[in-house]
Ligand binder design. Structure first.
Ligand code: GRF
Length: 202
C-alpha cells in the first residue's frame, strides 16, 4: 500500500506530534510526515520536527493584520503541503469554515474529553469542575462545528477524587498518545468510512 502523506498542525508542546513521529518511525503508522505547520514560532513542536527532519512551516499569527489574512496564508500553506491528511494536535485556534471546507474528510483532531462533553478550551478543567467520574480523549474528523465532527476513537480514564486539572490532563494524555497514532494508522490503511455522524472502522 502507498504510504499516505500527512501534515501535523500544532501550536505548542507537541507531545502528540511526538507520539505520531515515534509511531511512524516504529513502522506502526504507514505514513510520511511531510510537514509541521504552526501558528506559534515558540512552539516546542518545532524542535521536535527539526530533530526528526520534518519540514516546518511557521504562519505566525501575531504578524498578520487580521484573522482573515492569517487564515488565507494558512490555507495557502496547507494547500502547498499537498497531503492526504491534516492532523490537528494541540492547534489552539478554531479553523474557519473556508479551511475546513477545503479539506473535507481530510482533517482529524484530538480533543482531551469524551465528546460531545466538554468542547472547547480547558476540557480537563471542565470535567473536574463538573464532577464526572470518567473522562478521556476523542479523535474525530473535523467539520464546521466546534469539536463536533464524526468520532473515530475514544478512550476513557477514571476521574479520581484527588484529581485537579493537571493530574487528570496527565492521565488523559497517556491515552491521547495511543489514540492519535492509532486513528492515523486506520486512516492511512483506508479503514475509516464516514456514514453520516458515524465512522465505521473496516
Ligand atoms: C492535548 O491535550 C490535546 O488533546 C489538546 O491540546 C493538548 C496538546 O498537547 N488539543 P501536546 O501539544 O500534543 O503536548
Amino acid at each position: 500500500m502507498m504510504k499516505k502523506r500527512i501534515a501535523v498542525v500544532a501550536s505548542g508542546r507537541g507531545s502528540n506530534f511526538q507520539a505520531v513521529i515515534d509511531a511512524i518511525r516504529a513502522g506502526t503508522v504507514p505514513a510520511e510526515c511531510a510537514a509541521l505547520i504552526t501558528d506559534n514560532p515558540k512552539a516546542y513542536a518545532l524542535e521536535r520536527a527539526q530533530k526528526a527532519g520534518i519540514p516546518c512551516r511557521i504562519i505566525d499569527y501575531a504578524t498578520f493584520p487580521s484573522r482573515e489574512v492569517y487564515e488565507r496564508a494558512l490555507l495557502l500553506t496547507m494547500k502547498e503541503a499537498d497531503v492526504d491528511l491534516f492532523v490537528l494536535a494541540g492547534y489552539m485556534r478554531i479553523l474557519s469554515s473556508s479551511i475546513v471546507r477545503a479539506f473535507p474528510q481530510k482533517m482529524i483532531n484530538i480533543h482531551p474529553a469524551l465528546l460531545p462533553s466538554f468542547t472547547g478550551l480547558h476540557a480537563q478543567r471542565q470535567a473536574v469542575l463538573y464532577g464526572v467520574k470518567v473522562a478521556g480523549c476523542t479523535v474525530h474528523f473535523v467539520d464546521e462545528s466546534l469539536d463536533g465532527g464524526p468520532i473515530i476513537l475514544q478512550k476513557c480514564v477514571p476521574v479520581l477524587d484527588s484529581d485537579d486539572e493537571d493530574a487528570l490532563a496527565e492521565r488523559i494524555l497517556l491515552h491521547e498518545h495511543q489514540c492519535l497514532p492509532e486513528a492515523i494508522r486506520l486512516f492511512c490503511e483506508d479503514r475509516l468510512v464516514i456514514e453520516g455522524r458515524k465512522v465505521r472502522i473496516l
